[in-house]
Design a protein around this ligand. Structure first.
Ligand SMILES: Cc1cc2nc3c(=O)[nH]c(=O)nc-3n(C[C@H](O)[C@H](O)[C@H](O)COP(=O)(O)OP(=O)(O)OC[C@H]3O[C@@H](n4cnc5c(N)ncnc54)[C@H](O)[C@@H]3O)c2cc1C
Length: 458
């Protein structure tokens, strides 16, 4: 039984169905209405999808827009000058993975829904669970009082998870991230569209993200340091408010997007996450995706982590012989995933905190006569961090992110290989570098003396 039919719940259902389990998904909403339009599927998540189901992977690739082979990075919000770029291509290619893509969420959902068949019940909210007194199985309880008995319950019901509220003996609320987010799709084709995929325009305590999502559309997000529930803008006023009070003196590139956005497209949401929590499984119940590890969207990895969870969950369940061993498989799934997910949660928070501290960097226009722009302490610090971010922090970050799922596991242990397994035939075909293989960024760093390191990277 799966609570929640978002990306995490649908991927979990897919991996379990492919392994022959009888799966039911209970989704609260009557009809899907995803927040934030298209979603980036990064190389690690793409690779996980390939190992879960090669057919689904192919369909996703045929409907997605590739951005990982273009220039991506951070720009100054006022001047539009590049502040730091990051390379999504090399760490993916070094591992023989496809580069990051963007796909409309409804398209992704349709592909997943048609792959798992008729097992999703909509308008069905899971409000709790209890063990069955008769046989130790788990009983999921729905808001209309209906009870469903199952061998296991996967709580993939998002950040405000009701399954978590029962599983966690000391439940805590998610914490406000410091940001509210406006999101919409602009109908326009910027001049740099062929060369540039993903741009983050930076300002003090705010940033503006744009990404090409194909078909002459650009998805944008505006992140503002505004307390939760403090804005009461009428839907028609949001765009004007953003343009006139938040981004009035910002780059024409930002205004091009705001000006080409239909007023009714704009959505707003206060953003929350959680500090990493270690326990996602208890008996026959486990958490997955945002229910387990909600994170800031800065790295575009929240959905990716849910996909990775589904792969590992299937992997652990595949290794057990009997339904009695389900609790053991869920404990192993929990142990396998918790460190990586916590690291990505932390990195997402950290990158959001770094962006928060940004100030337009110090620029020396002329040494003599001296003409220096932006001379405050935060501008100087921002300038000092520029090289480190581009040459050290970003390369290491993507080496780490794309190191999953890593090497194919020993086919002796996991034979016979089936779809949904690390050792699935599609995965075996390619010779992939594993997590133990150090990437170019790590090797270069390890071989550089401190003196050269300072000269090169700072
Ligand atoms: C602005 C923004 C941009 C993002 N961009 C990216 C990106 O580019 N790439 C990326 O990988 N991630 C991105 N993310 C994160 C990503 O959207 C989430 O991490 C991902 O959707 C998590 O999937 P999930 O299935 O775990 O949870 P959800 O997507 O929240 O799905 C949970 C589902 O469960 C249902 N549900 C809730 N409660 C119950 C209940 N009690 N019973 C039954 N059903 C229930 C909900 O209706 C929903 O359908 C972004 C997030 C934001 C906010």
């Amino acid at each position: 039984m799966v609570a929640g039919g978002g990306i995490g719940g649908l991927c979990a259902a897919l991996v379990l169905k492919n392994q022959g389990f009888d799966v039911s998904v209970f989704e609260k909403t009557e009809t899907y209405k995803p927040f934030g339009g298209p979603i980036q599927i990064a190389s690690n998540a793409l690779e996980s999808l390939l190992r879960i189901d090669a057919g689904v992977y192919k369909q996703i690739m045929s409907q997605a827009t590739v951005i990982g082979d273009r220039k991506n990075g951070l720009k100054d919000g006022l001047s539009s000058e590049w502040f730091a770029t990051f390379d999504l291509y090399s760490p993916a290619k070094a591992r023989n993975q496809d580069v990051s893509v963007v796909i409309d969420r409804p398209k992704l959902q349709d592909i997943l829904l048609s792959a798992i068949g008729d097992c999703v019940q909509t308008g069905a909210e899971v409000v709790g669970y209890e063990p069955s007194a008769a046989n130790g199985r788990v009983i999921g309880i729905l808001s209309d009082g209906t009870r469903h008995e199952a061998d296991m319950l996967v709580g993939a019901d998002g950040i405000w998870s009701k399954v978590r509220a029962v599983l966690d003996p000391n439940p805590k609320d998610p914490v406000w991230s410091g940001y509210t987010c406006f999101a919409a799709i602009a109908n326009c084709v910027p001049d740099d569209i062929k060369e540039v995929g993903y741009k983050v325009y930076l300002g003090s305590r705010k940033y503006f993200v744009s990404v090409d999502v194909g078909g002459g559309r650009v998805q944008w997000y505006a992140f503002l340091n505004v307390p939760p529930k403090s804005l009461s803008l009428a839907p028609g006023d949001q765009l004007r408010w953003l343009k006139e009070t938040q981004f009035n003196d910002w780059s024409p590139e930002v205004h091009q997007l705001l000006d080409s956005t239909p007023i009714e497209e704009v959505e707003q949401r206060d953003l929350y996450d959680r500090i990493p929590e270690l326990r996602w499984a208890s008996g026959r119940v486990c958490l997955l995706g945002d229910a387990a590890h909600p994170m800031m969207p800065n790295l575009g990895q929240g959905g990716g982590m849910a996909i990775e969870d589904a792969l590992v969950l299937g992997q652990e369940l595949r290794r057990i012989g009997t339904p009695e061993a389900v609790p053991l498989a869920l404990t192993k799934y929990n142990n396998n995933r918790v460190v990586r997910a916590a690291a990505v949660q932390g990195m997402s928070r950290l990158s959001s905190a770094i962006l928060f501290q940004y100030n337009h960097p110090t620029v020396v226009d002329s040494v003599w006569p001296p003409r220096i722009r932006n001379v405050g302490p935060r501008s100087l610090i921002t300038r000092a961090c520029q090289g480190f971010l581009e040459r050290v922090a970003f390369p290491l970050q993507f080496e780490f992110l794309f190191s999953f799922p890593g090497k194919i596991l020993d086919p002796q242990v996991f034979a016979p290989a089936t779809s949904g397994d690390f050792a699935a035939p599609d995965a075996v075909k390619k010779d992939r570098a594993g997590p133990s293989t150090r990437g170019v960024a790590e090797r270069t760093l390890a071989q550089t003396s401190f003196k050269d390191w300072l000269a090169t990277y700072w």
